[in-house]
Design a protein around this ligand. Structure first.
Ligand code: GLU
Length: 413
């Protein structure tokens, strides 16, 4: 599997050539500006002390404070976090929100930890990285296997460190603690708005059309609900880390969600057939939503993909080789930088609401999100046509251009 950071660097390099990017700006953007590596002793329920390792990477803050989620994952590596921090810089620039890019990661397996252990680990992580955080410096948020409850513990720990409540230091908090209405499903909702734009552009009718979803965490499960509710699609297949289920007539969201909550997996959902992950990717669907981890779509499985639109709710699901193959065969990819940027966009709305202590209705959040997503979609689509490149490269050209302009104005090169 390709290392995500070299993928991120390759994507930048390709954009840099087309844009004739200044060599110093290019070099600055190839590496994170700052990173912190930490170790954290945590008391476990059995009385032992376990030492965890984690990172916080600040890729670039030319356009504003670093912003990006925190992942708790057993296979976390510094290179993955570097790649994800880089992608956050592009994402915030592409959506034109006044923030930079950052990402955090802790090597742990949250599925095997108790709530108490997770709380102690969340607090320990903030005690270690808190010195480089702040509403004007770096603002974390949820990501893979981190939840709004963990954001609440982290915000609380930071408040104690500072001696005052600074809720704007973390986003994705519960609504009762300064979270924003509409943040819960914002990643999926932003992606759904993009699918609607893409279908209109391509002249595809989505009503009754089939979709498949890889990954059933926050983004994947919300995409299931919203693809049905907002687009009138039928979701014929979904998967999680334990298996894939299929029903040609469509899977009912509420029933699947309840089944997963009760049994801990999607497997054996009544009325569904078990299929392999390769079979899921090869289904004849209109939209495929990769909503799990990196590098799921590679050069070895692209030839089987029949979806007309790939809507990347995960970060980095497609390798650069797969990108080129899919572009040449006419698959329309809505790249991660655009497709999943609804999350960070509503995170930004959350920071704004925290800063002025006044909270918006959910409809207001949806309206503002839709406007942001549509305008980013149009700039990617137009740039792709202008330069005759695939959408991911177009998204990089737009984003890198904006970050380079800010660095130039600041006198960094
Ligand atoms: N973790 C999400 C992402 O990858 C959201 C980041 C944020 O809200 O800051 O975009």
């Amino acid at each position: 599997m390709p290392d995500p950071f070299s993928t991120a660097q390759t994507q930048l390099d390709e954009a840099a050539v087309i844009m004739k990017l200044d060599p110093a700006a290019h070099e600055l953007l190839r590496s994170p500006m700052r990173e912190l590596h930490v170790t954290m002793p945590v008391k476990m329920d059995n009385g032992s002390t376990k030492v965890f390792r984690g990172f916080r990477v600040q890729h670039n803050d030319a356009r504003g404070p670093n912003k990006g989620g925190i992942r708790f994952h057993p296979d976390e590596t510094i290179d993955t976090v570097r790649a994800l921090a880089t992608w956050m810089t592009w994402k915030t620039a592409l959506l034109d929100i006044p923030l930079g890019g950052g990402k955090g990661g802790v090597i742990c397996d949250p599925k095997t930890m108790s709530a108490g252990e997770l709380e102690r680990l969340s607090r320990a992580y903030i005690r270690q990285i808190g010195r480089i955080l702040g509403p004007d410096k770096d603002i974390p948020a949820p990501d893979v296997y981190t939840t709004s409850q963990m954001m609440a513990w982290m915000a609380d720990e930071y408040a104690f460190m500072q001696g005052n409540n600074e809720f704007g230091v973390i986003t994705g908090k519960p609504i009762a603690l300064g979270g924003s209405a509409g943040r819960g499903d914002a990643t999926a909702r932003g992606g759904i708005y993009c699918v609607r734009e893409a279908a209109a552009t391509l002249g595809i009718n989505l009503t009754g059309a089939a979709a498949a979803i890889v990954g059933y965490g926050n983004a994947g499960s919300s995409a299931h609900k919203l693809a049905v509710e907002l687009l009138g699609m039928k979701v014929v297949a979904v998967s999680d880390s334990k298996g894939c289920i299929y029903n040609a007539d469509g899977l009912d969201y509420d029933a699947v969600k309840t089944h997963k909550e009760q049994t801990g997996s999607l497997n054996a959902f009544p009325g569904s057939t078990a299929i392999s992950s390769e079979e899921l990717l090869a289904l004849d669907v209109t939209v495929l939503f990769p909503a799990a981890l990196e590098s799921v779509i590679t050069e070895t499985n692209t030839s089987h993909i029949r979806a007309k639109i790939i809507a990347e709710l995960a970060n980095g699901p497609t390798t650069p080789e797969a990108d080129t193959i899919l572009y040449n065969k006419g698959t329309y990819i809505i790249p991660d930088l655009l497709c999943n940027a609804g999350g960070v966009t509503v995170s930004y709305f959350e920071m704004v609401q925290n800063a002025y202590g006044y909270y918006w209705e959910e409809e207001e959040v949806h309206k503002r999100l839709e406007k942001k997503m549509k305008s980013a979609f149009q700039s990617v689509h137009k740039t792709a046509q202008q330069y005759k490149v695939h959408n991911r490269l177009a998204a990089h050209i737009v984003a890198v251009g904006r970050v380079a302009e800010a660095m130039k104005l600041r006198g960094w090169y």
